[in-house]
Design a protein around this ligand. Structure first.
Ligand code: FAD
Length: 398
């Protein structure tokens, strides 16, 4: 399938099967405890490492397999069938974690860190959202350049994932407070053990438990200029491009969950007898299955279409619009599938430990994806902006 890949098609197919078995087997078993503790056990990280889950998405120069984006998204689809918090961790690991540094890092920092993602000896978190600001460019944290060339970082971030297992944070901050455009922002890689860097505790979440959420607080954190990502003033571009790809990973996550909910719902509908017949034979139930299948297949086509364009040119002109379309549709798809699943399962679906799969946990977990990488309103704003810019010409890369 991919002539550049360092593993054969057969090995890749086996890998997909292995990832599904892990997600629905040992990971799901561990999650029962994580639901209470909100912390992943060390065994989760070890299993992920032993099974190449930190490695598969990397370029071969950093220990990876040179998979293309379509293949990476297929792996994402498989592990997303498992617990939501683990999905969030592995999604991030396969994507923003290494991609931002790879694309925008200085040669010095890349030489120091890029080889350390493959076995998770380095992990990062991504910090854009602020309690006091709005989605995207409405950022108030500042990183002001000093006379000696260093930057002084002050401010806060909120709702940040993976803070309990990271050594560095990607931080978007204002470097030019007098500029009223997006170019007032810059992106930095910030060592989390720097003096003045603190974590602020957050409450437990509805689902996706264990993904290490916290707020960040910066008080005069001094940054070496080698930690600037891209150019000064390029921060919004770094964030938007990185988030676009991540939005499609969100869509692939929803795809994995939709597919599993569909399979579980068909199995349950075939087994559940009411008034002498399986409910699967009732037209009302068939309509639900049809809507779930249609939403899932449409989503798969959108995700694969994005990946094919991206593999031709990662900076193609359709990236932002298609990514937002993927994410928006994926929310609708997972909304349809989770609602219909609950109705098909009836009262049993509202309880933990269904023999068909974790109906109640899937229902809670998938709702985080409404918000990750931007709420539906923000996706619509992006689609409208890009659609107007491209004069409605949403095409394909050759
Ligand atoms: C599980 C989880 C993990 C997350 N992880 C991270 C992370 O690792 N890093 C990170 O930086 N952030 C993270 N976030 C934050 C996430 O990106 C934001 O929650 C999301 O972008 C929405 O922003 P907000 O919460 O500030 O909502 P608000 O900005 O308060 O928005 C509330 C509602 O108003 C709408 N709205 C807001 N402004 C406008 C406007 N100008 N025009 C129209 N509508 C508007 C929004 O679309 C939304 O529907 C995470 C969130 C969750 C739930």
């Amino acid at each position: 399938m991919n002539p550049n890949a360092k593993i054969s098609d057969e090995q890749f197919a086996e890998f997909l099967n292995k990832v599904r078995a892990l997600a629905e087997g040992p990971f799901e078993e561990m999650q029962k405890e994580v639901e209470q503790t909100n912390v992943f056990p060390q065994r989760f990280f070890d299993l992920a490492r032993e099974n190449d889950l930190y490695r598969f998405a990397l370029p071969s120069e950093y220990g990876g397999w040179d998979l293309n984006e379509l293949e990476i998204l297929k792996v994402q689809e498989e592990f997303s069938r498992g617990p939501g918090g683990m999905r969030m961790h592995l999604h991030y690991s396969a994507d923003l974690n290494w991609r931002i540094l790879n694309e925008y890092g200085t040669p010095e920092v890349k030489a120091e860190l890029m080889n350390k993602f493959q076995d998770k000896s380095v992990f990062t978190c991504f910090a854009l959202t602020e309690k006091t600001g709005g989605t995207g460019a409405d950022v108030h944290s500042t990183a002001i350049r000093q006379e000696d060339g260093s930057y002084l970082l002050n401010g806060e971030k909120w709702l940040i994932s993976h803070t309990d297992c990271s050594q560095y944070a990607y931080v978007i901050a204002v470097t030019d407070p007098n500029d009223d455009k997006d170019s007032r922002l810059s992106a930095f890689l910030v060592p989390m053990d720097a003096p003045g860097f603190e974590l602020v505790e957050m409450p437990h979440m509805m689902g996706c438990r264990g993904a290490g959420h916290a707020g960040l607080k910066f008080t005069n954190v001094r940054l070496d200029p080698k930690y600037l990502l891209g150019r000064e003033g390029q921060g919004m571009e770094v964030a938007i491009h990185s988030l676009s790809i991540s939005r499609v990973h969100i869509a692939a996550s929803n795809l994995g969950m939709c597919q599993r909910m569909l399979e579980m719902s068909i199995a349950r509908a075939n087994d559940r007898i009411t008034f002498g017949k399986p409910i699967a034979t009732r037209q009302a139930i068939k309509m639900k299955i049809a809507d779930m299948a249609a939403a899932t297949h449409t989503l798969r086509c959108l995700v694969y279409d994005f990946a094919r364009d991206f593999d031709v040119d990662p900076h193609n002109e359709y990236v932002d619009e298609k990514a937002a379309i993927c994410k928006l549709n994926s929310i609708q798809a997972v909304k349809t599938c989770s609602d219909e699943m609950l109705e098909i399962f009836g009262g049993d679906g509202y309880f933990e430990d269904s023999p068909y799969g974790p109906t109640e946990r899937l229902y809670r977990d998938c709702r985080a994806l409404w918000l990750e990488e931007g709420a539906p309103t923000v996706q619509r704003i992006t689609i409208a902006r890009e659609c107007q810019r491209l004069k409605a010409q949403l095409g394909y890369q050759d």
